[in-house]
Every structure is written in structure tokens, then in C-alpha cells.
Design a protein around this ligand. Structure first.
Ligand SMILES: NC(=O)c1ccc[n+]([C@@H]2O[C@H](COP(=O)([O-])OP(=O)(O)OC[C@H]3O[C@@H](n4cnc5c(N)ncnc54)[C@H](O)[C@@H]3O)[C@@H](O)[C@H]2O)c1
Length: 340
């Protein structure tokens, strides 16, 4: 067990990372500008409220809490959600402040969140990789401030790794489009649509090249990474994604409709193959994602059906034998909400 401080622990991904690491037996501290309501995290998780852009704040927080490892997630997480200069300066300053403070304090393991967007897909000027699936060897070509800030976050840990040698272990990871447990159940995803809407309309997932990952798989990845950081090369970057694509059709057919000129290069993406490879994480760490949209939507349907049945049983018990029999609770049958 280690003591791990997670910046941005109150966020969409952070909440699952904090919960997952706590459930894996670590002592976890969530540090964020915002606090989550009591009871959100598993028992024992501590919350620290801090604005990590305030000069010296990251250092004071890390000195006081003395973690063994830092996972830096805090950022403006959505491209174009603020002016470009604000996204650039916020994300690069946050990454530098946290990684440099952790380094100065000699914290042994330092991980920062990057993003697959560093590759540059979606550029209005066009983008095509040499081949699919893309992986960590695909050259990054960021075309907006968010993607550039994430590439700089990766280079920030590489810079410190170059200066420190193996005294401190660093890594960066690129989580694909994160889907949290409540989003499988129907809550809106980061871009405002539900998962089922994203599946029904491929144009919604095409901007991320149909990539996605379950937030709990990211937490598992980080647990495995922390446990293995001492025995892999320092300063590595990893894609963290699902083993399939967030699509109901093979990407060999879908990709050419959304990425001009990609037909030949995407021809190998048959069946459920994703456009992003996680082979490096498998090879170096032995990590593999456990959840797919098929397994998680099936669980969500099952949970809804169980709830409906439990509600019917309760109504039947209250109404008594005279009215016993099929009772409508007014809720939709499982699956009927899917098409909305
Ligand atoms: N969600 C995704 O699909 C996705 C994909 C790729 C990469 N990422 C990266 O993962 C990380 C987490 O993403 P997320 O979706 O959870 O984002 P989020 O916006 O839900 O969470 C970010 C958190 O950072 C906190 N924060 C921002 N500025 C801060 C500051 N100055 N001091 C302290 N806390 C601050 C926010 O309060 C928020 O809770 C980000 O670095 C993001 O770029 C996310």
C-alpha cells in the first residue's frame, strides 16, 4: 500500500481513479479546487481543497501530505472550452507546478495525464497517420492549445526524468474518451451526449476516432503502473483505451466516412478493432482493459431491469392480493430508453 495524492480527484476521471486506488488498498488523498460531497469516495479517502495554480501551493500541499506517489489529473480537460491562451497556460503551468514540486520533495513516483489528442486527429487542415492502429510511436502533431499543453505535460515529465535519472520514476498516460460508471447508466458524457446516443450516431464519436475507456479501467491501469514503475524505462508514455471501438460497425467501414483518405490505412480495422493500440501497456506492464461498451451497457440494462422488478414487487406487496399481478410503475422497459 502507498499513499497517493491525486490532483483533479473531484473530476470526471479523478473520482473513479481515487475510488479505484482506494479500493485497491492504497491510502488516497484527492486534491482539487472543488470538493466532492461527503460519502462520494470510499471511507478513508482524504480531500484537500487547493488551487494548484497559486504559486507555492502545490509544494506546500505535497510537503504537508507527504505522499509516496502523485498522479496529476487537474487541468482544463476539454479543448476549446476556454480561450486558447488560457488552456495553454493553465495546463502547462499546472503540470510544471505539480511535477516540479513533487520532484523537489523527492516523491518517488510521478505520473501525469496527457491525451490522445496530442496526435492531431481532427485538424481542419487534415490528418492521416502512417497506419492504423495508432500507438505511442505515432508522431504527435497537436493542432490546438489543449493538445499542445498535453504534449508539453508529457515532455515535462521526460525533462525531469532526464535530469533526475532513475532516482525518481516518471510516466505519462493518454486516456481515451473517459466513460464513468454513471455514464453507462445514462448520465451525459463529457460532450453532453449519452453513450447510447454516441453509438447510434457515429458522427458523435468520430472526432475522437471512436476511442473510449472505462474510468475504472484507467484506475486499474494506474494501480498496475504504480506497482511496476521501478522496473520499466523511466519517463514512458502509454495509451490507455478499451480493447474495442465505440462503434457498432467495423472502423474499416466507418473511418473513411469521417477521415478523408483513410480507407486504405483503416482497412485492417475489421471486427471490433479500435483505432488506438494499447499493446505497449500490455507488453511493459501486463495491463489489459477489462470493460467494453457491450459489457457495461448490458450491466446497466440488467441493473435497470432489477430495479423495475424490485419496484413492482414493492407495489404488489403494498397493494395486497386483490390487486396483485402485473403492475406498471410507469417506468420504461429496459432498453426502451436506449433509442432516445
Ligand atoms: N475525460 C476524458 O475523456 C479525458 C481524455 C483524455 C485526457 N483527459 C485528461 O484527464 C484529466 C482529467 O480529466 P477529467 O475528464 O476528469 O476532467 P475534469 O474537468 O472533470 O476534472 C479536472 C479537475 O481538475 C480540477 N482543477 C482544474 N484546475 C485546478 C486547479 N487550478 N487547482 C486544483 N484543481 C483544479 C477541476 O476542479 C476538476 O475537478 C485531465 O488532465 C484531462 O486533460 C481526460
Amino acid at each position: 500500500m502507498s499513499r497517493i495524492l491525486v490532483t483533479g480527484g473531484a473530476g470526471r476521471l479523478g473520482r473513479s481513479v481515487v475510488a479505484g486506488l482506494a479500493e485497491a488498498g492504497h491510502e488516497v488523498i484527492s486534491a482539487d479546487r472543488d470538493a466532492v460531497p461527503d460519502g462520494t469516495f470510499p471511507a478513508g479517502v482524504k480531500q484537500e481543497t487547493a488551487d494548484l495554480l497559486v504559486p507555492g501551493e502545490a509544494f506546500r500541499l505535497l510537503e504537508r501530505t507527504a505522499p509516496d506517489a502523485v498522479i496529476h489529473l487537474a487541468a482544463i480537460a476539454v479543448p476549446f472550452s476556454a480561450p486558447e491562451d488560457v488552456i495553454f497556460s493553465t495546463n502547462t503551468r499546472l503540470a510544471f507546478a505539480v511535477v516540479s514540486a513533487a520532484t523537489e520533495l523527492g516523491i518517488g513516483k510521478i505520473i501525469t495525464a496527457s491525451s490522445p489528442t496530442v496526435l492531431g486527429y481532427g485538424s481542419p487542415a487534415g490528418w492521416l497517420p502512417e497506419s492504423f492502429p495508432v500507438d505511442e510511436a505515432t508522431p504527435p502533431r497537436p493542432w490546438n492549445a489543449y493538445a499542445l499543453s498535453k504534449l508539453i505535460a508529457e515532455q515535462t515529465v521526460q525533462m525531469f526524468a532526464a535530469a533526475q535519472g532513475d532516482r525518481i520514476r516518471y510516466a505519462a498516460f493518454r486516456p481515451c474518451y473517459v466513460i464513468s460508471p454513471e455514464e453507462w447508466a445514462g448520465a451525459p458524457t463529457q460532450q453532453g451526449h449519452t453513450v447510447r446516443e454516441r453509438l447510434a450516431d457515429p458522427a458523435l464519436s468520430a472526432p475522437a476516432l471512436f476511442n473510449y475507456v472505462d474510468a475504472r479501467d484507467v484506475a486499474d491501469f494506474l494501480d498496475v503502473l504504480l506497482r511496476n514503475m521501478d522496473s520499466i524505462p523511466n519517463g514512458e508514455t502509454f495509451f490507455v483505451g478499451a480493447e474495442d471501438a465505440l462503434a457498432t460497425e467495423p472502423l474499416a467501414a466507418l473511418m473513411p466516412r469521417f477521415v478523408p483518405g483513410s480507407a486504405g490505412r483503416a482497412a485492417s480495422l475489421t471486427g471490433t478493432s479500435p483505432a488506438f493500440s494499447v499493446a505497449k501497456a500490455k507488453r511493459l506492464l501486463g495491463w489489459e482493459p477489462q470493460r467494453t461498451w457491450r459489457t457495461e451497457l448490458a450491466h446497466a440494462d440488467q441493473a435497470r431491469a432489477d430495479e423495475t422488478r424490485a419496484g413492482e414487487t414493492l407495489v404488489g406487496a403494498v397493494a395486497g392480493p386483490a390487486t396483485a399481478g402485473p403492475v406498471s410503475t410507469g417506468s420504461a422497459t429496459p432498453g426502451s430508453q436506449e433509442t432516445k
